[in-house]
Design a protein around this ligand. Sequence first.
Ligand SMILES: Nc1ncnc2c1ncn2[C@@H]1O[C@H](COP(=O)(O)OP(=O)(O)O)[C@@H](O)[C@H]1O
Ligand SMILES: [Mg+2]
Length: 366
Amino acid sequence: MDQAMIEFQSVTKQYPGGQPAVDGLSMSIAKGSVTVFVGPSGCGKTTSLRMINRMVEPTSGTITVDGRDVTSVPAAELRRSMGYVMQSAGLLPHRSVLDNIATVPRLNGVSKAEARKRARELLDVVGLAASLGGRYPSQLSGGQQQRVGVARALAADPPVLLMDEPFSAVDPVVRDELQQELLRLQKDLAKTIVFVTHDIDEATILGDKVAVFATGGKLAQYASPEEILRAPANQFVASFVGRDRGFRHLGFAPSDGVAIHPVPTIIRASGGYESDSSAAGGWQLVVDADKRPLGWSAPGTEIELVPGGSLFRPGDSLRRALDSALSSPSGLGVAVDADGVVLGVVRGGEVLALIEEARQVRQAAL
Ligand SMILES: Nc1ncnc2c1ncn2[C@@H]1O[C@H](COP(=O)(O)OP(=O)(O)O)[C@@H](O)[C@H]1O
Ligand SMILES: [Mg+2]
């Protein structure tokens, strides 16, 4: 069993009037894991998160962090002992980026010089250029502000990080970057992270475990993302995870059995195009001199670059393998190695056959 870091025991929060915001919540959050609270708006995610650091006090029940009842620790001290990141980065507008990051260490009595030194290191940790340290929050993009918010939450090196829809307000491309960055960071930091989102995709990408909340502040399912997509506990979870859950579930299926076939290529070098094969009548992959993919050349046409689809790397999921084929104009998914060099192509039909095979194996095991 993983060691528990945060435990909710029959926790209820009732505001005056109306139904409970959180209703009899019991769950155990493992140390060093990312746990995602997901669910529709108003189902008690933020309230549950805020009860961990006593920004909100429960009406009944107990929460422990590292074995200690949170009510035994003064609220202000408890709050400072955990990182907190919100949707709007919540940065102080009249303080520089460095001073914003240094806020909590300063409150903890760290000297200004020391706190700033640490803040500078953290800029690098969250992928921001050192030159941004002297700017004010309004001089940063939304994505950069969220990175500063993460750096600030990490500044006192807290064991627990609470994140409330931190990436919801940025555009999808930046959100994707921030998610990948958080996963990369977490590999080194191994914090206990509780992350709130209303987006099931974000939940399954980030979570080691996902807690699906239902309207009325009830925990509907608490399981691995793979299990939630494969076996929703009830109709509420099934409809919340949505129609594409079968496809998303492929994101957890290994692509080990996917065959990579040779592909006719055309090399584009400074002198022009040069075909490496006698591929008559088929699609040809256009690559640069280092064999990195540039696009496709359609059959029976003058060489003209048709943009390619998503790339597949051995070790990726079946979802990526299938997407590479489905998104490619040739119907062939381009497989590349870690350096981006073309290995060959995968065929959508073969990926589907593997998916069906895996389903039959699962069924036989039932
Ligand atoms: N300070 C408050 N006073 C009264 N009701 C509140 C307060 N905060 C939240 N609520 C109510 O509690 C429920 C859960 O809210 P919240 O935890 O913010 O949901 P979520 O984060 O999942 O959107 C909602 O019905 C909300 O209106
Ligand atoms: Mg909320």
